[in-house]
Design a protein around this ligand. Structure first.
Ligand code: MG
Length: 483
């Protein structure tokens, strides 16, 4: 009864969120530029309204009463857990801090863009200092057991601690470096990287490849935007992805579409019974990223998948006449240590995250000054990948995350890669791909991850369905088998 009252009130919040997501999608895709100011105003007002409804005294009381109920179902416990997490943030972090955070990060974003264009970290440094100061305040207000960074990790990935992340990297770092030492003969570049393509051909290819993997036509859309993303407008009824077409190197639209499709599939498969409730969404960033990485890398970059889509790609890209399946497999699986995280391959990617994780933890604890960052970045880059950035733009300024105030976000990427590799060992993926049994793969993901939405916290979901949590050795075993 009490849960029904909570859900009834929640539906209003859901509706506001639904409107916000349509506005966000439109902003990124088709809105004329002149609409920017009005859209920002409308979204800020709606966000304030949602916050007011969330913190409504009667609503909070209902949730607190529900928490004391003894015979809740798993679904009901999930509902209370997810709302309590959101409330905790607003109840513990004072509104002045939240407001200051919004102000500081919007200024920081503009400063970061400018600093990156000029490759001058000093222009961004004062903003980063303010963000760190606020992040420390947030961590103290939220509370933690061992390290202030844990409070920020938990904001991005429920229950994740620096102890978990350290354990994962203690396996990944030596494993990846060992592998890199052995991969000196592996192809680092391929002529196809330079070959231009027609946008219409790429769009048709992307559509056909995703159709092969399978999606519901009446609940899914593919559009175009400058930065590819997935958005669940109303899970599981309306989920959309976007792709970017730059006109050269067709790997980019193909694999970013596969990545976003992995995110979308998660939201399309959430149990309908969870729709319009607090648990009718993906449970966390790390679990979400595991789904995108699984489709993009484990399935999409496998030999079997490349063989499967080769004839299809040949029909859309006539320049492939001169290339073989081997060529394509190499082109999709180059291993080339790079300065830029977003250009990194499967082998080196997590070293980029390791570097950021270490620096964030040190900065937050005040163990390094931000003035030392460019130098530390450069040293660590050289140690991990043997490369030295020529300037701050290709070093410490490359990512948007710190300007957004997202500290403690990066580790969720590695978590995604680790879980995706675990899934590789839990299902005979390559055999299923070779046989074209994509329905079987979708069903496996649906049963083990998707349908549960956010009913269980991430660690509990993994323990229930796989009997274990984050284990970096799966990723090393997967990479060693492949490379
Ligand atoms: Mg992603």
């Amino acid at each position: 009864m009490i849960i029904e009252q909570i859900l009834e009130r929640w539906r209003v919040l859901w509706a506001l969120g639904h409107a916000q997501r349509v506005l966000a999608w439109d902003l990124e895709t088709y809105m004329p530029e002149g609409g920017v100011k009005a859209r920002a105003l409308a979204r800020a007002e709606l966000a304030q309204l949602a916050q007011k409804l969330m913190l409504d005294e009667q609503f909070v009381k209902l949730v607190e009463r529900a928490e004391e109920e003894r015979d809740l179902t798993d679904f009901e416990r999930g509902v209370v857990r997810v709302i309590k997490r959101e409330l905790k943030f607003y109840q513990r972090v004072p509104p002045e801090v939240v407001k200051e955070f919004a102000k500081v990060t919007s200024e920081a974003f503009a400063a970061w863009k400018n600093a990156k264009e000029r490759a001058k970290f000093e222009l961004f440094k004062p903003h980063l200092d303010k963000i760190l100061q606020l992040a420390r305040t947030v961590a103290e207000k939220l509370g933690y057991e061992e390290h202030p960074y844990d409070a920020l990790l938990d904001l991005h990935e429920e229950g994740l601690t620096s102890r978990d992340v350290d354990a994962v990297f203690s396996v990944l770092e030596p494993g990846i470096r060992r592998l890199l030492d052995k991969l000196t003969d592996w192809p680092r570049s391929h002529p196809l990287e330079e070959v231009p393509y027609e946008r219409a051909s790429a769009e048709a290819a992307v559509r056909e490849v995703l159709e092969l993997l399978g999606y519901p036509r009446d609940r899914f859309r593919i559009d175009v935007s400058p930065h590819p993303f997935t958005i669940g407008i109303a899970q599981p009824y309306d989920v959309r992805i976007t792709v970017r077409y730059r006109g050269v190197d067709f790997r980019e639209p193909l694999f970013s579409a596969l990545h976003e499709y992995g995110h979308a599939l998660y939201e399309l498969n959430i149990d309908e019974a969870l729709a319009f409730t607090p648990v009718g969404d993906g449970v966390s960033l790390g679990i979400h990223e595991s789904q995108s990485r699984f489709v993009e890398n484990v399935v999409g970059r496998s030999r079997e998948f490349v063989e499967k889509i080769f004839p299809m790609l040949r029909r859309h890209f006539t320049f492939l006449d001169r290339y073989t399946v081997d060529d394509l497999y190499q082109y999709f699986n180059l291993v080339r240590p790079s300065l830029i995280r977003t250009e990194a391959d499967e082998v080196t990617y997590n070293l980029h995250i390791l570097l950021r994780y270490r620096l964030e933890k040190l900065m937050l604890a005040g163990e390094v000054e931000t003035s030392q960052l460019p130098e530390l970045w450069s040293q660590e880059m050289e140690r991990l990948l043997g490369l030295k950035p020529k300037n701050d733009a290709e070093g410490v300024l490359q990512d948007i995350h710190w300007a957004h105030g997202s500290i403690g976000y990066f580790p969720t990427y590695t978590l995604g890669n680790v879980i995706a590799a675990m899934l590789y060992f839990k299902l005979n993926v390559r055999e299923a791909v070779a046989r074209g049994e994509f329905g079987k793969i979708r069903e496996f993901l649906r049963e083990k991850i998707h349908k549960w939405g956010a009913v269980y916290p991430p660690k509990e979901l993994l323990v229930r369905n796989f009997g274990e949590v984050y284990d970096g050795s799966y990723l090393i075993r997967y990479l060693e088998e492949k490379f």
